[in-house]
Design a protein around this ligand. Structure first.
Ligand SMILES: C[S@@+](CC[C@H](N)C(=O)[O-])C[C@H]1O[C@@H](n2cnc3c(N)ncnc32)[C@H](O)[C@@H]1O
Length: 226
């Protein structure tokens, strides 16, 4: 009988199976997006629409544009197209060294504004305190167990500046938790993610569904949290 997704997440090989999967994936946009490289532009547009108002509004709680962190950054698709155009400096954290090795070349000239490339699993990563205006986590939190995700988000919160914000952009399961045995990750439902945010002590400031993705893919949601 197949093990339930929650069981799969806590099995010993959950992290190693993911590591093994990613080390064989090409360091390309298509590789980062599971063969759906063509959605990258629409994905970035949706993220820009979501994030930009926080940086440009006139209210006192305006999010700063000094420094962002790209979590599970891969080759730096988001760093290049979303974060470097909006922030002075970007740091990147990623567990597959070969993706970071490719990042400088992929990002190009603007890579000079990337201050740190950190090769570490998010389950073991703690940001510098009060350092980031935005911590962006996209298509990576499904690689953490529920427990590690709660702890990671709690640590991420300590890495925010006073008006800083954590952004999460993830696939959404219709119900419960769905395990993917190809890349050893889970896809959580909206209520399941919200439960984890609450356990991490985070409040949702804004929540949006990504528009204009091809039919047949998971729904994708963006959350701004602090
Ligand atoms: C689906 S790709 C997304 C990459 C990037 N966020 C993007 O949207 O272009 C998932 C990335 O997460 C990385 N990853 C997997 N497990 C991780 C972990 N535990 N900690 C940090 N990164 C991880 C993979 O190596 C891969 O680069």
């Amino acid at each position: 009988m197949e093990r339930p997704a929650v069981d799969q997440m806590t099995k010993e090989s959950f992290y190693n199976d993911a590591k093994d999967y990613w080390k064989d994936i090409p360091a390309t946009v298509d590789g980062m997006l599971g063969g759906f490289g063509q959605i990258s532009g629409e994905d970035i547009n949706g993220s820009l629409e979501f994030l930009k108002p926080f940086l440009t509004c006139a209210w006192a709680e305006r999010v700063g544009s000094n420094r962002a962190l790209d979590c599970g950054c891969g080759i730096g698709r988001i760093t290049k197209h979303l974060l470097l155009p909006l922030f002075q400096h970007v740091d990147m954290v990623e567990q597959t060294q070969k993706f970071l090795d490719e990042a400088k070349q992929f990002i190009g000239e603007e890579a000079s504004r990337v201050e740190r490339m950190i090769c570490r699993g998010l389950q073991e990563f703690t940001p510098q305190p009060e350092h980031y205006d935005v911590i962006w986590c996209q298509w990576v939190l499904g690689h953490l167990t529920d427990e590690h995700m709660v702890h990671f988000l709690k640590r991420a919160r300590t890495g925010l500046t006073e008006t800083g914000m954590i952004c999460v952009k993830e696939n959404i399961a219709k119900k419960g938790v769905v395990f993917d045995d190809q890349d050893s990750s889970v896809t959580r439902s909206n209520p399941q993610l919200k439960k984890i945010f609450a356990l991490a002590g985070l409040t949702i400031v804004k929540e949006t569904v990504q528009k204009r993705f091809p039919l047949g893919l998971f729904t994708v949601r963006m959350y701004a949290l602090r």
